[in-house]
Ligand binder design. Structure first.
Ligand SMILES: *Cc1c(COP(=O)(O)O)cnc(C)c1O
Ligand SMILES: [Zn+2]
Length: 413
């Protein structure tokens, strides 16, 4: 049985009707009872030719919302690589670090995993237009999935605070862009008002369908590890959608007997956008929003909407929330990119967080660690220049003599 309930008061809602919050103001979540599905079934589907089996999201559909046939909008999302880089691991001082690269999704970020479910829900609900507020990647993902099934897409962005690569991607897929004078949190407020009053379907991460899709990041990771449970999962925290979804993924996997223990979860925020970290230090009793600022624009969020869900996850998984400085993000991005597996700045927070935890001895060299890389290296070319373009890597040259001099080459005898 699959139901949609309020996390605060348990009130049940019909998933076939548009509903973002409970009447009491609580967030909604899907619940599953008596589901029959196991790792062997999911493993067997990897060899199937059916699109829903090949998708790294829909492969796990027993624990996802149901839609009427023909409503699924999939681009075979997921199926992202789980890298192991021995040279990087040496540098980090941890023998078994895996990088789950969600930047390898169809539009270059993990947002596609939630978007396939949310846009399928929109089609199922017969919506004709969908909208979101976004720090960039959600809008690119929304625009792409909307284009795939002929829906109108409208995206609200904090003006001047989103990487141009992401905006141009959303424009390319055909989105209409509203650049909001204000930050992400203000853009989110505005889009919620527009969606409620004008019948546009809202696919922000408070949308319970999106979080369902994002659970598959962890199930696929387990699958790629032969269903061995890591000691630590490390993820950057912005709106805390992944934090909430990952916890739910592991608790459901344990409930249905796919795994027998839970990993610990480390959520990493930027110092300039750290409301969850501050709340963690105060026992997670409440959340005070902050004015957010960081080069990791994907997590430049001061008032994370999924706090009530994320809080429960930290408690259930014996998790931890820390923050990292701008210098630590840059340095981690340098290390990560130079391993041959690059990512955008927000993703580098996973590495920066790992480095901090190794330094203080909380993560040991023998621990099995999975760092989630949330977005592709091409998502923020400005950051790549800022971090990597130096006198040692960039040479203006006109002729052979200059090349030889700048690169300090010596002639072979
Ligand atoms: C959206 C996004 C995040 C933030 O994830 P939450 O689930 O909102 O915490 C982190 N990194 C990238 C690249 C993103 O696009
Ligand atoms: Zn309620």
């Amino acid at each position: 049985m699959k139901t949609l309930n309020c996390i605060e008061c348990d009130t049940q809602y019909d998933p076939g009707e548009v509903q973002y919050f409970c009447r009491c103001g609580g967030l909604l979540e899907f619940r599953y009872e008596g589901i029959e599905a196991d790792p062997a079934l999911f493993d067997s589907r990897k060899a199937s030719l059916h699109p829903l089996d090949r998708s790294g999201v829909w492969r796990f559909r027993e624990l996802l919302p149901d839609f009427s046939p023909g409503s699924h909008v999939t681009q075979l999302e997921g199926g992202t690589r789980l890298y192991q880089k021995p040279l990087l691991n040496q540098k980090l001082g941890v023998e078994k670090v895996y990088l789950k690269h969600e930047g390898e999704n169809p539009t270059g970020s993990f947002k596609d995993r939630g978007m396939t479910v949310a846009v399928s829900a929109a089609v199922n609900l017969k919506s004709t237009s969908i909208a979101c507020a976004s720090t960039g990647n959600t809008s690119a993902s929304l625009a792409s999935y909307a284009a795939s099934c002929g829906l109108r897409s409208i995206v609200f962005l904090p003006s001047g605070k989103v990487s141009m690569s992401k905006i141009s991607q959303a424009l390319a897929y055909g989105a209409e862009v509203c650049a909001v004078k204000g930050d992400f949190d203000e853009a989110l407020e505005l889009v919620q008002k527009i969606c409620m009053d004008y019948g546009v379907y809202l696919v922000n991460s408070l949308n319970p369908f999106r979080l369902e899709g994002q659970k598959s990041i962890m199930w696929e990771t387990l699958q790629d590890l032969g269903w061995k449970v890591p000691d630590w999962i490390i993820v950057p925290g912005g709106n805390l959608g992944n934090t909430s979804a990952f916890g739910k993924a592991f608790m459901e996997a344990k409930k249905f007997g796919w795994i027998d223990r839970l990993p610990r979860l480390l959520v990493v925020q930027a110092e300039g956008a750290n409301p969850f970290k501050l709340s963690f230090e105060n026992g997670l009793t409440n959340l005070k929003s902050v004015k957010a600022e960081t080069m990791a624009t994907a997590i430049r969020i001061g008032n994370p909407v999924n706090f009530p869900k994320a809080k429960r996850v930290i408690q259930a998984l014996n998790g931890k929330v820390i923050d990292v400085s701008e210098d630590q993000i840059k340095s981690a991005k340098r290390t990560l990119d130079r391993s041959g597996v690059g990512a955008e700045p927000a993703s580098a927070c996973s590495i920066a967080g790992l480095q901090k935890m190794v330094k203080c001895g909380e993560i040991k060299s023998s621990d099995l660690v999975v760092c989630v890389l949330t977005g592709n290296i091409l998502k923020d070319s400005h950051a790549n220049e800022m971090v990597h373009k130096t006198g040692a890597t960039w040479h203006e040259v006109v002729d052979e003599r200059e090349v030889v001099k700048k690169l300090e080459l010596s002639k072979v005898k």
